[in-house]
Design a protein around this ligand. Structure first.
Ligand SMILES: [Fe+2]
Ligand SMILES: [Fe+2]
Length: 330
């Protein structure tokens, strides 16, 4: 049992996303196609100047200094979904912490296009599977399914439920899809964890509701996911993909669900709606019927400045107007 589980009533979760690790490795002949050629050109022209390992290293050092109980990474560690990128991403994940302390899910740039029989993101399996506490828990039906997702990580009174929305896509598409099998299991998992009174934190790469992403960039079955969340509830949903801060609320029987997007942790200088690198820290107080959640945004106020606290507030259910669709490859 971890210190956090023994403490029980408090939990700190760091959330970062879309680190788009560079540099690009050589692209083996078998992996070239139109999608990767366009992505490669985009990287060489623009994206390699946008994402910085130096910025990311400073963000990661700041996360370590904050000593969160757990770290969640919501996808887009890679750029062209190449096996060498999956290897590099695994090495980077290990710099964040061991697999019990770091959870990852894939993004569309991780599952980007065909890689034949290569295991791809399955390399990340230690960071992408149920923890011991969850395996002991009575969700055997969900855990024994053929897909690795959703998987559950339980930390005392809080549980992380991790979805995979990444699918290979055609050129000019960055869409996602959950699929009926994941949605069905998600519904049962949310019910069971909710019945135990756990604080349920759902991770997904793409924004989970309709209308939060532009066309060709969005979650194809967002309507179905929104319905599952509305029926079965959750206490917090965290996502990336848009490279921008966002907050929306979604009704459910157990109260309105905050749905919060985090920008990229690796951006050097603000680009359009992408701010310089930042991440979110969530401090949960788990004593009451509903958790009290404080959000602390930390990151670069100035491109070359230190990592500082940018915002601190309690997450309270206030309805916000929908943000306009955002541009970018995500
Ligand atoms: Fe993405
Ligand atoms: Fe991204």
């Amino acid at each position: 049992m971890t210190a956090a589980e023994q403490r029980g009533a408090e939990f700190t979760l760091a959330h970062l996303s879309d680190v788009h690790l560079g540099p690009l490795p050589p692209v083996g002949a078998r992996y070239w196609n139109v999608k990767r050629l366009l992505g490669w050109l985009n990287w060489q022209r623009r994206r390699r100047h946008l994402y910085s390992r130096d910025v990311l290293d400073r963000i990661v050092a700041d996360i370590a200094a904050q000593s969160p109980d757990h770290i969640a990474v919501t996808g887009d560690l890679a750029n062209l979904g190449l096996p060498a990128e999956h290897e590099a991403a695994l090495a980077w994940l290990r710099t964040l912490g061991d697999s019990e302390r770091v959870t990852v899910i894939p993004g569309n740039h991780d599952i980007y296009s065909g890689i034949g029989t290569d295991p791809g993101t399955a390399r990340w399996q230690p960071h992408m599977s149920a923890n011991t506490a969850a395996a002991d828990y009575a969700i055997a039906e969900a855990l024994s399914a053929d897909s690795a997702f959703p998987f559950v990580r339980r930390f005392g009174k809080l549980a992380i439920i991790a979805l995979n929305s990444a699918v290979p896509t055609r050129p000019f598409y960055a869409i996602g899809r959950i699929g009926k099998a994941q949605l069905d299991r998600l519904a049962r998992i949310l019910d069971r964890l909710g019945a135990e009174g756990l604080t349920r934190v759902v991770l997904i790469h793409h924004p989970p509701l309709p209308g939060l992403s532009k066309a060709r960039h969005d979650l194809q079955d967002a309507d179905a996911l929104a319905e599952v969340l509305a029926r079965h509830g959750a206490e917090l949903v965290l996502h990336g993909h848009e490279h921008a801060s966002s907050e929306h609320w979604h009704p459910s029987p157990s109260g309105d669900i905050p749905i919060i997007g985090v920008p990229s942790a690796a951006v050097t200088r603000g680009y359009k709606k992408e701010p310089p690198g930042r991440y979110h820290l969530y401090r949960f107080a788990l004593d009451g019927n509903r958790p009290s959640i404080e959000l602390i945004a930390r990151g670069l106020a100035e491109p070359d400045g230190p990592v500082v606290e940018l915002e601190r507030r309690r997450i309270v259910p206030v309805r916000h107007p929908l943000s306009p669709p955002l541009r970018g490859e995500g």
